[in-house]
Design a protein around this ligand. Sequence first.
Ligand SMILES: Nc1ncnc2c1ncn2[C@@H]1O[C@H](COP(=O)(O)OP(=O)(O)OP(=O)(O)O)[C@@H](O)[C@H]1O
Ligand SMILES: [Mg+2]
Length: 574
Amino acid sequence: MLLKRSTTISTSTVRKFTVHPNLLFDVISAQAGTIAKAITEGIANSLDAGSTICNVTLTPTSLKIIDDGKGFGEGEEGLNHIQTFFESFGHPHEDGDARIGRYRLGRGQLFAFTANTWRTGTFQMSVDIKRRGLDYDLKDNLAAVKGCTIEGELYDQLSSHDFMTACREVEQLVAFVDMTVKLNGKTISKDPAKMKWDLVDDNAHYKFKESGPLSLYNLGFLVRDQHASYYGVSGQVVSRKKLDVNFARNDVLVSRCAVFRDIKKQLEASAGRKVERKKALTSDDRDYLAMQILSGCVDDPFEPKVVTDVTGKHHSLSKIFFFPTLPVCVAPTAHDRKGEILHGQGLSFVIARTTLDRFQCDTVDELAAKLQKAWPDQCRWEAKTLDYANATASLNDQNRLLPHKELSWEERLALKTLNDLSRTIFWAIRAGLAQTGIPCEDFKPRDFRAGESMGALAWTDCETYVAIERRHLRTLHNGLDDVFNVLMTVCHEASHDEADTATHDHTLEFYERFHNLAGASAVKWGSLAVRIADRLVRLNAEEGRKSKNALLRATAYASASQKDPEFSEAQLAS
Ligand SMILES: Nc1ncnc2c1ncn2[C@@H]1O[C@H](COP(=O)(O)OP(=O)(O)OP(=O)(O)O)[C@@H](O)[C@H]1O
Ligand SMILES: [Mg+2]
């Protein structure tokens, strides 16, 4: 028997996705960021309504926004307006019909934070999405009023901290709106047209700063703070034209926004001029330049100093790629002690990990590959590399204090010299610390000790002793310049506020203390150096040792200075 074949014919139809009303509810309640953002949406709407002033009153429990704009209108026209633009979410805008408004959603943020009543023209709309969901009350035929007033009761009361934060955030968000915006009676917006800028073009007002983020404003409303390394500049940019922003209005849709693309070009040109002008680059400048190098946007990739070595000095890429004289090694942290030893001994060019981070690479080879891709016509770069763990395995970074009997006569006499004068030296340093405002009640004279170290010139336990590395100690015999160097080493050690016997980290605070102490007028570094040289010459003589000529010359200063107290300083200054 033959089976009957199925005769079903396949069909195809075009269908449409639809939206469940719950989605609208979710969009309204979930798009909200902060109460400050919601208030800013209200202010943006006032601007779009052509208002000259928008008066905001915020308390921990209530919100009021009053403007003098065109409102929603009256009668039929007003009703139509309300039905199309207030009642319905997402109604498309026509090109140029609003300065800020874009998605016809923004008022939802006010709904999310408050139960509110809108009074405009002859109408009143009352909204309370928490209690009534998507239903709202509309009243008509009321006495006509100008503008629009929104009065809301906050769903969640603000703590005093949240209240203050909200006020501050609103101020930041509307800083350059060209309409008077008042918050609790205080004017918080400035018209950019009436301000001084570094640069104004068709697209934006630009104000540049030396450091900090780059704050981008869409027609005066803050969009976002961008890290300075991103475009290479810090400061403020206030667009004069509408930017294409995302729903949350906290980012620009760069691929769609032609205005921003032009602004970006202007920023990049300004970054280039800034970097040319500036002698000392900041770490943000270096991060930016690294990205510019990788994207092929600089004239010469070997010029900018974007390679930071382990000691904190900066070099160009040629140091590791062009004609590398040493193998490159990557230290895990800046000022890594073993890395500094390796670097100092000239065994390797040790770069700090930050250099690779700057180029968003994990290894030097990866960096080389990225650079070759960006600059294929340049010579082939090959960096010889050393593994940090292997290279430093045999390095002894321990400091050892030397017993007296191990010292040579030069070391012994140099040490005695310093110890004979230790009270003079440390009380002078204490006066210097006091002058620069560094707490020094507990600062007492310390003993000088001789030590041995592969990497450190000196170290201290910050309490009882300062150890000077034996080779450094011996240089005291070489003359006034070396005496002065040793004295600066002591100044360095006195600037540590924690023992540097185990680690040798130098924080920014350390450098500041060192800088202030070295420059403190209360410490007569020159006179101290002369006294040290003079004492060493005498001790040498007492033991029948011959002092070097350069050291003897220093004593001429000393004896002259004893006759004329002004002599030494005058001589040393000349
Ligand atoms: N203060 C006001 N005065 C007059 N009309 C207003 C006011 N606030 C809102 N409207 C009307 O309500 C509409 C909806 O506002 P809503 O903030 O939701 O959307 P939008 O401003 O058009 O776009 P966006 O989602 O980008 O904010 C506005 O387009 C405007 O027609
Ligand atoms: Mg809006």
